[in-house]
Design a protein around this ligand. Structure first.
Ligand code: PHE
Length: 453
């Protein structure tokens, strides 16, 4: 008999959902946005976005998934949505699949750097002769633009995804998350400790935690909102799919608050690792953005520290784990859809979803190098897909989902899910529903439009 599609324990359920939320967004985007948005000034706005918009929208996805108990389309259908509204679920699935194509490539990069940290290749002797920054920059440039090597790593990550997904919700996703998330938090704790004990670390901490409100502009608020949605994995059908595996007595509000708080905690811990480390070694500036932060600046920090290889292994293990649990959650959106829609066996659905990735992710990977001449509106295929899915599809999907849950869904469905049919009470519940109806669609539409001006 197939294993029941339900998370076996409360901890497993939280671990899996936090595993989805904690990903490259926390490491890759958050520090740069803090730096540009005036340190704690950005942090304060970000926290407001998480609490006032992120949690209510998360609750609407949870309520839908648990009431519908199916994939993003099936859940809408099960609660009586017409065909047009079911398309909103299809839209989220499409967005998540596009994201999967390029996120898998980056997951492959993190795996390569983990491997190179273990083998020691990352810190080859030439680093001392050419200068660290030049060494790591050249290394990243060569690696990312190469043809074969990144592909192999991407395929390894696809293979691990396939194995975990075929094992199922309890024996695959939940079991992996139960092991991976404690490891991730442990590594984070150790690295925060190490970073805070570096000479001059407190200058970094005070940069991070001292608000500079003069840096705040409309863009800061838009960025904070976009970051909150991306980081909480909203608008991709992930939370709808996962909440279909929540038991019916689960307290959705408590789960949403816990998941958001842990995701925020990871982002703050990342800040406490990165800012002290870069100020201590006099790095910073452009070096805090995306791939440069992760593959150039941080290796430079590690190379300056005793026990270089140990820190590097721990950091890239952390990153690989974070990327893995996130890719699995994105892939599960499509796997659940194929399983429920076409009634195919789970292993078949997994292969139907994952095998085409061998091609799609390869194209994304090659678009950084041999295929970089193919551009649309000045963007290579990788960046184009990122822009379409993250900046356009996710906010649009979220707007329609809020409208559906706030206005169209059967009366009381939302309230009943949040209160477990009237047995729970919280003053935040009516506030959350008000936000989903009136505030979220307008603000998200603002963010969407701002992408075009
Ligand atoms: N929330 C993840 C992060 O912060 C991002 C993610 C994106 C997860 C897409 C799943 C899907 O990196």
């Amino acid at each position: 008999m197939a294993a029941p599609k339900i998370f076996a324990s409360k901890i497993g359920l939280i671990a899996a959902t936090v595993g989805s939320a904690v990903g490259l967004g926390n490491v890759w985007r958050f520090p740069a946005e803090v730096q540009e948005g005036g340190g704690a000034a950005f942090l304060i706005i970000y926290i407001c976005c998480v609490v006032l918009l992120g949690i209510p929208v998360m609750l609407s996805e949870f309520a839908l998934g648990r009431a519908g108990r199916s994939d993003a389309v099936g859940s809408l259908k099960n609660i009586g949505a017409g065909r047009g509204w079911q398309l909103v679920g299809g839209w989220a699935i499409a967005a998540s699949y596009i994201i999967l194509c390029f996120y898998m490539v980056v997951a492959g990069w993190t795996f390569e750097y983990l491997w190179q940290s273990i083998s020691g290749g990352l810190f080859a002797p030439e680093a001392t002769t050419t200068g660290l920054n030049a060494h790591f920059s050249a290394k990243m440039e060569t690696f990312i633009t190469e043809s074969y090597n990144p592909l192999i790593n991407t395929y390894i990550m696809i293979a691990i995804n396939i194995a975990v997904l075929i094992a199922g919700v309890q024996k695959g996703i939940e079991r992996l998350s139960n092991i991976a998330m404690p490891i991730l938090f442990l590594i984070l704790l150790v690295m925060v400790g190490v970073s805070l004990s570096l000479p001059g670390a407190m200058d970094g901490v005070s940069f991070f935690l001292k608000p500079d409100f003069s840096k705040i502009t409309a863009t800061t608020v838009i960025d904070a909102l976009g970051q909150a949605f991306f980081s909480l994995s909203l608008g991709m059908g992930i939370l709808i799919t996962y909440s279909g595996y929540f038991p019916k007595e689960n307290k959705l509000l408590k789960t949403a608050v816990t998941v958001s708080a842990l995701d925020l905690l990871v982002a703050i811990m990342m800040g406490l690792i990165i800012f002290p480390a870069v100020t201590s070694f006099g790095l910073g500036g452009e070096s805090l953005r995306g791939a440069t932060l992760v593959f150039v600046t941080l290796p430079e920090v590690f190379a300056n520290m005793p026990a270089t290889q140990l820190w590097s292994i721990l950091f890239f293990l952390l990153l690989t784990v974070a990327a893995l649990t996130s890719t699995i959650s994105i892939a599960e959106v499509s796997v659940a859809f194929i399983c429920d829609r076409f009634r195919t066996k789970r292993w078949k659905s997994v292969l139907i979803v994952m095998l085409p990735l061998l091609l799609f992710s390869s194209v994304c990977s090659l678009s950084m190098g041999p295929l970089s001449h193919i551009t649309v509106a000045g963007l290579n295929i990788f960046d184009l897909l990122d822009t379409i899915a993250t900046n356009i599809m996710l906010p649009t999907g979220s707007i329609f989902l809020c409208i559906y849950m706030g206005w169209i869904a059967p009366k009381n469905l939302f309230v009943n899910q949040l209160t477990n049919n009237g047995s729970l009470k919280s003053n935040f519940i009516p506030v959350a529903i008000f936000i989903v109806r009136y505030v979220a669609p307008i603000l998200i539409a603002g963010v969407l439009i701002s992408n075009f001006i």
